[in-house]
Ligand binder design. Structure first.
Ligand SMILES: [Zn+2]
Length: 167
């Protein structure tokens, strides 16, 4: 059976939510100020932020981890799954230049600082990094295979769900 995958994002960013083994999994958070929108969308669907068990982070850009810090403050149990490199980068709260949008983002950055930085996350206890040893565990937890997709940034991961949806 196909999984139901919700998208509680905005027209700019996706915030996918799905269930696996009765755990609620969120893929990426939006920009810092997308928090209220996401919360509202969750509640409209009958969910709360407290229900989230795992947050899978594809990479540490402000449009993917923007309200992660705030979410972790509200939801004390949620664990973050990301690459080791993304975990370290999130301690800085600064976007790493993407390979192909480097010029564009530095241009946009001059226009709007919140687009290139975000509240930093520095709490190793909240992370399950994607490593060789954690591979099988994470596959079980997420119901899919994590694939390293270093095309966009060096810290990028993708998730291929067992029903063949690639997120
Ligand atoms: Zn990005």
């Amino acid at each position: 059976m196909e999984k139901i995958i919700y998208n509680f994002g905005t027209s700019f960013v996706n915030n996918y939510v799905y269930f696996h083994n009765d755990k609620m999994i969120l893929i990426d958070t939006g920009y810092e100020n997308d928090y209220d929108h996401f919360k509202k969308m969750m509640e409209k669907a009958g969910f709360t932020l407290l229900m989230i068990d795992y947050v899978f982070i594809t990479h540490s850009h402000s449009d993917h981890v923007g309200f992660l810090k705030r979410l972790l403050e509200v939801n004390k149990k949620a664990l973050i799954i990301s690459s080791l490199e993304a975990k370290e980068r999130m301690k800085t709260g600064q976007n790493q230049k993407a390979f192909y949008v480097g010029f564009l983002s530095s241009f946009l950055g001059k226009l709007n600082k919140s687009r290139i930085s975000y509240p930093s996350i520095d709490d190793d206890k909240r992370f399950i990094p994607y490593t060789e040893q954690n591979k099988e565990l994470l596959k079980d937890m997420l119901g899919g295979d994590i694939i390293e997709t270093t095309g966009h940034t060096k810290d990028s991961l993708s998730l291929l769900l067992t029903d063949k949806k690639c997120l």
